[in-house]
Design a protein around this ligand. Sequence first.
Ligand SMILES: [Mn+2]
Length: 341
Amino acid sequence: MNTKTLFKRLAENNTFLISSHQNIDGDGLGSMLAINSMLRKIGKKTCMLYDGSIPYFYRFLPEIENIIFYEEYEQGNSCCDWDVFVVVDCSNPERLGRVDQFRKKVPIVVNIDHHPDNHGYGTMNYTDYTCPSSSLMIYQLVKEADIALDNNLATYIMTGFITDTGGFQFVELESGLLSIMNELIKAGASVATIMRYVFKYRRFEALKLLGKALDNMKYSAQYHYALTYLTRQDFIECNSLEEDVEGIVDYGLHISDAEISVFLKEIDSGLFKVSLRSQGRINVLPIAHHFGGGGHFKAAGFKLAGNLPQVISRVNDFLKNYLENKNTTLIPQSETYPVTE
Ligand SMILES: [Mn+2]
């Protein structure tokens, strides 16, 4: 669906529920806040609802305190019936957690996303996997609607873009993108501020946890991939929070000839969340699909049950097999954008 038709349909309705995926990142948050801000500017009633916790380093985002947590919703608040449910940056609606129930209760479901494995679960789907961030898709919608960018809206869109491109590292900044950046900066987005919060501003305990992960890292010089892990015990020893792992998976790609970085995080005793990152040549999405997960060509993830040695060996076995068939595993040319799951 194009932006013109979508905006027309949005404008015809009055009340909107907005949500995004669990383990939310800067693009999920930026996109939620951006569509919320856009709809409010045209006089709509909105409610941002999220099932999960929001990492502390995203609290610099204006009006983030307006996002309602699912627990608060359950305890009763002003949100009631909605005409439209807008889901942003979410390839699979199961990733909405308990908010997913509203897909069946709200008449119109709008799916705005840039994940290549989004199968169009909305009643209206605005999907574009060549777009570097979902927030940039909302930028296109804002332009279509002829809504003026203000400081907040520009900050939300820029935060999504910066998060999903790893701070402009994983995208060729061509003139088209640069002119959008220029417009966002003119409207008040501060690249320096966003970069600091998204990539640097961390608790001391997060750095200790990174130390553990680097210590646990193994590198396969033969297959060119790094693999590391963190167990529940590591979290306890470092007094760490779940969000303290943000960015750890990227460190494996610092190795000069690494093609892939793998990070296993024990989320519960005997259950691991596995994150994959690619330098840009090898497609990691089929690996995630094999294990029932999803994501992008360069950033994907899945969950795997077992104890640590079992999980490591299952991942190693599959990866080695996969990497031996390189002809079938390369990222299609020019499809090299997002870097978060
Ligand atoms: Mn995204």
